[in-house]
Design a protein around this ligand. Sequence first.
Ligand SMILES: [Ca+2]
Ligand SMILES: [Ca+2]
Length: 247
Amino acid sequence: MPGSGEGTQHLVDIDVELTAAAYDLLPGFYTATISITHDLSQYYLDNPQIITVTLHVKVRLCEAVDNCDLVFTTGGDAEWYGQIAEAYFDDDAAQSGALPDTTQNTWLETEIDNLGDLTFWWRVSSEENYAVLELLINDEVVDSISGDVGWTENAVYLDATPFYLANGYNKVQWRYAKYRAYPVGEDAGWVDYVSFEAEDYLVANPSAPSVYEQCMPVDLGDLNSTSTTTYTPVSYTHLTLPTKRIV
Ligand SMILES: [Ca+2]
Ligand SMILES: [Ca+2]
């Protein structure tokens, strides 16, 4: 303020590069402090402004679950992350992020554009029945664990029906969901060692031709006679092709 003897306050954005300092850190949570001083003021030199920040060094999700052939994403009210404190295989696993409030959830997801066997290991430490680690295939819950459950193998077959319903892929999601706020146990879910064994299959052309040519039945007493006709099927899936060779 002019004439008051006080300085004018300005808001200043300061970017701090922590990457180099964090390069050699093992995955985990770290606390760092940033000290801000003013080189023209003894007051600020004696009383630096201290900002405390938390560093979270993570393992990539696909490395944590040991399958980088698949692409993993995460979302919801927190994020899953790769860590090394709790693991089934290769000293790393994906863990659900902290959910402080009730009716919150966080999910880990991958899309599999094939049919076959999906296997994985999972674990949960939660308030039984009120905090649940769920497996969803194409948005439907197909399995869940809750309470204090150690590393357990799970397997699910991804078949053709949801494959087509999901427009070309199966959406696989692991979701840690809380239905009230009490933190019990470690209040988290873990997933590890995800593998998928594709099954050989033939894919019908989903864009079926609009007109089919079909041999029509003929009188077996007249083997020299055949006839053909064309028609537009109402539905590709209801088309019945002849199975008996006529000539
Ligand atoms: Ca790994
Ligand atoms: Ca692992």
